[in-house]
Write a protein that binds this ligand. Structure first.
Ligand code: KG4
Ligand code: ZN
Length: 343
């Protein structure tokens, strides 16, 4: 073991994935994610079932992460964990486990903001992604959030705009539900969209008072009415047009995101653009960002696929930068269901 290396074990349990990672400085040694299949048959995450599954998964996932990292727990420098935002019952499992582990090992405890984690995932040292330099604009798109953030430094951020109703992930998931697809529907829309015509159908793009805010609830309603009307004419409409419907929904969402990004660039003069959060796994959004490099002379930063949806590696890298600042928490720290990205 290199004495100067900082080894952090990090725990993410904010929603329905139990994840544990081990980092050596900014490099990932292991990043284990246990998904909870149980929720798909309910069409959404059931909080009570999620916390129970975390309770079952946490010990084996911690063990597996240590084994894969080939490290003994006595060599760890600190324990990082997701403090919030998220489901309280889920957060409590990770928080309590992290506190106990830090106490038992007599090492520092680091509380991490999940939303900062999504953004700072870009700073994981990995051949598959490049690190942005400050300042940059981050479009955070997940199941619970949609925000445009100006990132001045690791822990110096400003919210430029955010959704006034649904998050982008919800727009994907609710649209998928209307189409009868399983939860979470985002990845299914992505898969079928690749086989369809994005111009087949047109859906409205919302207007917001603040030009950098987002609104997605109208899109969901428009899709619902559109499908109802078409099904009255043809009961097999969804089945016969699934690929085109998915491609058109996805294209509408991409267009909305791109319009906002362009406005943010114009307003700030910053042309370094990163995307983060579960929805940044979307292949159409990733492709659009790659094309934007040439088209608009932006520098774009697209996270490695495994660092997009919820994972502990992103909590670990955020913990690492807090460790470098000596920003530790004591054992009275508690989970927070609601938490701004600025906290
Ligand atoms: O960041 P995340 O894992 O959890 C939250 O913090 O919310 O994001 C989950 C969201 C879900 O809404 C899921 O449908 C969406 O990310 N998602 C996708 C894709 N993969 C995950 N949406 C569109 N296309 C994808 N490929
Ligand atoms: Zn997330």
């Amino acid at each position: 073991m290199n004495k100067k290396t900082i080894y952090i074990l990090s725990i993410e349990s904010s929603c329905d994935d139990t994840s544990v990672a081990v980092l050596a400085n900014d490099t990932i040694l292991s990043n284990v994610v246990a998904n909870q299949e149980i929720h798909s048959k309910y069409g959404g995450v059931v909080p009570e079932l999620a916390s129970r599954a975390h309770q079952q998964n946490i010990v084996p996932v911690v063990q597996e992460a240590l084994i894969q990292a080939n490290i003994d727990k006595k060599d760890l420098s600190a324990i990082a964990f997701t403090q919030g935002p998220g489901l309280m019952g889920s957060l409590l499992v990770g928080t309590s486990f992290a506190k106990s582990m830090a106490l038992a090992l007599q090492i520092p405890l680091i509380a991490v903001n999940h939303m900062q984690g999504h953004i700072l995932a870009h700073f994981i040292r990995d051949k598959a992604q490049k690190k942005p330099s400050f300042p940059f604009i981050c479009l955070t798109i997940s199941g619970g959030h949609t925000q445009l953030i100006r990132v001045n430094d690791y822990f110096d951020m400003e919210i430029l705009g955010e959704t006034i109703d649904d998050a982008v992930g919800e727009a994907f998931d609710k649209s998928a539900k209307i189409l009868g697809l399983p939860y979470p529907g985002g990845p299914f829309i992505d898969k079928y969209a690749q086989l369809g015509d994005p111009k087949a159908f047109e859906f409205p793009k919302p207007k917001t008072k603040n030009e950098l805010d987002f609104s997605f609830s109208g899109l969901k309603t428009a899709i619902l009415y559109f499908i109802r009307k078409k099904e009255q004419e043809n009961p097999n409409f969804i089945k016969e047009n699934l690929h085109d419907i998915c491609a058109s929904i996805q294209q509408t969402i991409i267009d909305i995101l791109l319009i906002k990004l362009k406005k943010a660039v114009k307003k700030t003069g910053i042309k370094s653009i990163a995307i983060a959060g579960g929805v940044s796994a979307n292949s159409g959004i990733r492709k659009t960002l790659v094309e934007a490099e040439k088209k608009y002379q932006w520098q774009t930063y697209i996270p490695k696929f495994e660092y997009t949806t919820d994972n502990a590696a992103m909590i670990g890298i955020t913990g690492y930068y807090k460790y470098l600042e000596g920003n530790f928490d004591d054992n009275t720290v508690s989970a927070k269901a609601r938490m701004s990205v600025l906290e």
